[in-house]
Design a protein around this ligand. Structure first.
Ligand SMILES: [Zn+2]
Ligand SMILES: [Zn+2]
Length: 263
């Protein structure tokens, strides 16, 4: 299997798999952290990571979706917000795609937690909405915020899934998240969980990169949708994805799929 590997900082790699999932390796002086795992069925990702670093590698999961945690069984130390348990046994099982992943053995993370790699401290911020326990990871050394799927990733955020929050609650999340980023100076690169994804993006041709501006537009969009100013358009989804009714809405650079029964 081939991975697309790009060094985006002297000690940060963006990894991209055949299923179009992006995950990230950050190396410090003492250890390294992998942020998400992508999904490469029937194979392992650790040999590829070992070609990049010889430091012990701990895994940080942005959320418990199939394309982000599939390879967690290759790691001894795994961090994940235990708010993800609210997704329920049946959904979490479905997300494991036949694997038996031990989510109870993960270490809970929440806003304010710091994972120190030696000369590089990764800070956690809760960004619930897409899932109840979605988190973002801030690398202050490199001024990068890794957002998983919490604010979308090139094609808009998916808020129509089982376990996604109401849009009113999501607005509060986004305001808190923006405040948290501004406290850190507000000048960072955003890297999401599907960094080339352009499926369904209508606002910007091709890939729509994440940014502080997009986050601000997403706050406006969320408000306009729950106030009924934007009603969106029905989108036919693959039934395998177990979506509830999905509608597409956009404002500025921001896009989302949402469930009209969960505003
Ligand atoms: Zn994803
Ligand atoms: Zn997801």
């Amino acid at each position: 299997m081939a991975f697309d590997i790009v060094k985006i900082r002297p000690q940060v790699w963006r990894l991209w798999d055949a299923e179009k999932s992006s995950f990230y390796l950050v190396e410090g002086a003492e250890k390294a952290a992998l942020i998400d795992t992508g999904i490469t069925p029937g194979s392992q990702i650790l040999p590829m990571l070992r070609s990049l670093t010889d430091k012990p590698i701990e895994l940080i999961l942005t959320h418990a979706h199939i394309d982000h945690f599939h390879h967690m069984d290759e790691f001894d130390t795994v961090y994940m917000s235990h708010e993800e348990f609210k997704l329920g046994e049946e959904t979490l099982r479905y997300m494991m795609a036949g694997k038996d992943l031990d989510l109870a053995a993960t270490r809970h993370i929440t806003t304010g937690d710091v994972i120190d790699l030696g000369g590089c401290a990764l800070e956690i911020c809760d960004v619930p909405g897409h899932t109840p326990g979605s988190v973002a990871v801030y690398d202050g050394r490199d001024q990068i915020i890794f957002t998983g799927d919490a604010i979308g990733s090139g094609c808009g955020v998916w808020m129509q899934l089982p376990g996604s929050s109401s849009l009113r609650d999501y607005e509060k999340t986004l305001l808190r998240f923006m405040g948290w980023l501004l406290e850190k100076g507000g000048d960072m690169d955003f890297w999401g969980g599907h960094c080339d994804q352009s499926w369904g993006s209508r606002q910007v041709p091709g890939f729509n990169p994440l940014s502080m501006g997009l986050l601000a537009d997403l706050i406006d969009l969320t408000r306009r949708v729950y106030r009924g100013e934007i009603t969106g358009e029905f989108v036919e989804m693959d039934p395998q994805l177990r979506n509830r009714e999905a509608r597409y809405a956009a404002w500025g650079r921001a896009e989302m799929l949402f469930d009209p029964d969960n505003l």
